[in-house]
Each structure stands twice: as structure tokens, then as C-alpha cells.
Design a protein around this ligand. Sequence first.
Ligand code: ADP
Length: 267
Amino acid sequence: AAPDADAAAILERLSSIKHKLVVLSGKGGVGKSTVTAMLARALASEPHIQVGILDVDICGPSQPRVLGVAEESVHAAGTGWSPIYIEDNLAVMSIGFLLESLEDAVMWRGPSKNGLIKRFLKDVEWGKLDYLILDTPPGTSDEHLTVAHYLLQASSVAAIVVTTPQEVSLLDVRKEITFCEKVKLPIIGIVENMTSFVCPKCKHESIVFPSSTGGAASLSLECGIPVLARLPIDPLIARACDEGSDYLSTADQQSPAVLAYKQLAEK
Ligand code: ADP
């Protein structure tokens, strides 16, 4: 096979990024993008921690909207791409910034998607980062293989798997775990999103998606992968995602979701 001319350049770029975190989910709609964005914000709440988000969900990029920068655009100029800054220490790059209209995204096919991911890994000028968090498409596809292939040539790379307690989602998580085992991508843990709803008035916790199989906890036991966090449903999170506002700094700091994200970032 021809030597991959990009591999050395990607490795060079990754060498200034301490930790690379790939966020995976078996299904769409379980909150993968939300968890990616909120985890990034929680980490970046320490001003000395530099955080980048790379949205490689080529067909459904949601980071621009969730982070409130959907109107921004990035133009490829000179040698690289400058990411969009949300805070001084929080930057994001997404195909959403390169498209005239988000509907264009569906036009991307396999080879061009992988070419674009390579360019993202090679050309985005992050500077020095403590964390690069990658938001990936649901499932396991070419994009995941490309990402895993290049990231695993560098050090300190790991995955987080996001799921809801529903059996349909957990079944697909098993596929993600198998994929990670195959490509030798270590999994730090499982994040269970939408575990329950805590009534803001009476503080009663309702289980919204009862699981016949014990949810992420039993999957965790079965696979030997820890559950890092259980994140409650909070209508304010859904609203913040739609508005692109920062839930974590504006919500009640004692709310179950804020506390859960802070704990997740500490891990
Ligand atoms: P995915 O990236 O897995 O497709 P998203 O992060 O886009 O999923 O989330 C799907 C929808 O659910 C979004 O509208 C988001 O705002 C909402 N959402 C995700 N997590 C929560 C939560 N814990 N509480 C309330 N709404 C949530």
C-alpha cells in the first residue's frame, strides 16, 4: 500500500493534544452531542484547561447549534483552519461551519467523508490542548474507523459510550464495545443519559425509561466497564441545546444535572 502522507502530519498535530476522547453512541438521539458539549464546557470551566471539540458527525453536525455558534463559518485558507472559539479556552470545529446549508451534509459520501476527517485531524490549528473531544456519528461506520486509525497512532486516546437506559439503546452499545475491542480503542466508561427525571418542585425522582435488564448498571457488570455518570433529564438542558446557551453556568448549581456533569469532568 502507498504510504499515508497525512499520517505523519496528523501525528505531529496530535502531539500538542494531551488527551483525546472519542464520544460514541449506538443510536442517535440518546444525547451524545449534548454530553460532548456539556463535558467540554465542564472541563473548560477551569480557565487553565484548554479544550477543543471536533465534530466528525459529518451528516448531522450538531455542535454549532448546541454551542450557539451556528451562524459562524470557517474558510480554509493558507495551511490550516482556525476553529471557532466559544470561550478563550474552548474551541470547536465542525463541518457545519463549512457548509452553506446544513442540508448539504447529506451529500457527503464515504471517501470524501474520510478525506474531510483526515483534514480535520491534520489542519485544524488548535494550538496546545489538554482535551480534544470528538463527537462522532451514531453507530460504527467508516468515520469511526478513520478516527480510531489515526488517533490510535498517538498516545492517551480513549472512548466514552453514551446510552439511555432503554434496551434498544443498550443493545447497540454492545456493538460499540465490540468495535472498540476490535480496533483496540480503550473505553473509559459508559455515561447513562436520561436516567430519570427529578421534579424541580418536590424533588421526587421518576424513572422515565424502566429497563427490564437493569440499564447501564448491568451492562457495566457484564462488560467490566464502569458507569461514569447517570445524567437526569432536565427540560432546561433541552432548551439550552436548542438556544445554544450554556446550561452549566446558568442553571441552579445544585441541580442534579449540574452536579452530575461536574463529577463527570472530575473523572
Ligand atoms: P445525539 O447526539 O445522541 O443524537 P443529542 O445530544 O442531539 O443526541 O440529544 C437529542 C435531544 O435530546 C436534543 O434535543 C437534546 O437537547 C435532548 N437532550 C439530551 N440529553 C438531555 C437531557 N439530559 N435532558 C433533556 N434533554 C436532553
